[in-house]
Design a protein around this ligand. Structure first.
Ligand code: PSV
Ligand code: MN
Length: 393
């Protein structure tokens, strides 16, 4: 299909931003602070709304329960605030990984009271999600073991199944569980939900409204992520993504900064699914990045711009021609049909879409011209005190 005919395709791509992507984050070695970084949920909402106003495709904000909600601000007020800013609250992320009691795990802790504490927090998170109108409960567990022999791996599996079933039973009908896997970190021997196969089995065990979430950073080097995506789609078990890029492990770098072809290949498989079935799959596209060094808002705008371009490129693959080339075992033509789409400059189409939606043609430049970062840095310095972060005001 001609690039200029693809402009409507972008109407279907909504990208959820993570509240934590606007806050100061770091590595285990330290945090470099920025005065413009958001501290409160009010500030995170304002920043996400600013990105949405400039890019036109980020209508929801994912929240992390322990990082975003406060006693003096009920969840319904958070949702109302988001609405005032033209946003809705997206996925609810319970947090059963940072508190001391979870040293030996949360849902798979051998202590029944701690397992219950973790489950109660997840059930509370569902209640919060009801008040915010969230459609997704996004679950990631740091549970796992660091040393051989530390625990009975199957006992832990059974605890996980039991808790996920109870979680599923408490879901409102409009909410879906997104179950995320990760092979390492913080557990370095065995993570309880280490890969997509384990996540798939657990999601199936939990119930029909549990699907798998693919975080692009949560794979071994060399894993064929797009094949995992294709299989999950074919099994109707792909719930959503946490997009980010990486060079080594779960680096949380901005999307496409290292390997744009990787994300393109994922979109290519999603398009292929559409071609095969005639249906547009319902997938929650979310970003999960922590910007240690870049200004947060600029990193988000880069990410969204990259996602839109790669999405368009994947839609450009001539699928009937590809099917014919495959039939003839014409490897070179098949590969080139895919690669030609990747190499097509779709920026004019993206500009066309932005013009149509009365958006700035260059959202990054519009952000820089807007003075938003300098203004909020000054306000936030006043509100929270200077952080001494220097650059990016
Ligand atoms: C864990 O590495 C993870 O990908 C989960 O999605 C968490 O919710 C998120 O990162 C926290 O930054
Ligand atoms: Mn993630």
């Amino acid at each position: 299909m001609k690039p200029e005919l693809m402009v409507e395709r972008l109407d279907e791509l909504a990208i959820e931003l993570p509240s934590w992507g606007f806050a100061d984050t770091g590595t285990r070695f330290g945090k470099f602070q920025q005065d413009a970084a958001a501290v409160t949920i009010e500030e995170k909402i304002a920043d996400a709304a600013h990105v949405h106003a400039l890019t036109g495709c980020c209508p929801t904000l994912a929240v992390h329960v322990l990082w975003d909600f406060r006693d003096d601000l009920p969840a319904a007020r958070v949702a109302a605030l988001a609405k005032q800013h033209g946003l809705a609250i997206g996925a609810i992320n319970p947090n059963v990984f940072q508190d001391q009691q979870y040293k030996w795990g949360s849902l798979t802790n051998r202590s029944a009271p701690i397992r219950k504490m973790a489950l109660d927090h997840i059930l509370d998170s569902i209640r919060i999600g009801r008040s915010t109108g969230s459609r997704f409960l996004s679950l990631w567990f740091a549970d796992g073991t660091n040393y051989v022999g530390q625990a009975d791996l199957i006992e832990r599996k059974k605890w996980m199944v039991a808790a996920l079933r109870q979680t599923h039973a408490a879901l409102p009908t409009n909410m879906t569980i997104l179950l995320e896997y990760k092979p390492f970190e913080p557990a370095f021997y065995a993570t309880d939900i280490a890969d997509w196969g384990m996540a798939l089995l657990l999601a199936r065990a939990a119930g029909p409204r549990a699907k798998v979430l693919v975080d692009t950073g949560h794979h071994y080097q060399g894993a064929n992520i797009e094949q995992i995506v294709a299989w999950l789609l074919d099994e109707n078990m792909l719930g959503g993504f946490h997009f980010n890029d990486r060079r080594y492990a779960d680096d949380d770098l901005t999307l496409g900064s290292v390997d744009p072809y990787q994300i393109f290949r994922i979109f290519h498989e999603i398009e292929n699914h559409r071609f095969r079935t005639g249906r547009t799959p319902k997938i929650a596209y979310m970003v999960d990045q922590s910007h240690n060094l870049k200004p947060k808002i600029e990193a988000m705008i880069q990410t969204v711009d990259m996602a839109q371009q790669l999405y368009l490129k994947a839609a450009l693959v001539d699928r009937p021609a590809l099917a014919a080339a495959q039939k003839n075992e014409d490897l070179v033509r098949s590969e080139n049909l895919v690669r030609d789409a990747f190499l097509t400059d779709v920026r004019p189409t993206l500009s066309q879409w932005r013009r149509r939606h009365h958006l700035p043609l260059d959202p990054l430049e519009a952000h820089r011209q807007s003075g938003y970062a300098t203004r909020v840095a000054a306000e936030r310095r006043q509100r929270h005190g200077p952080k001494g972060g220097g650059a990016y005001a």
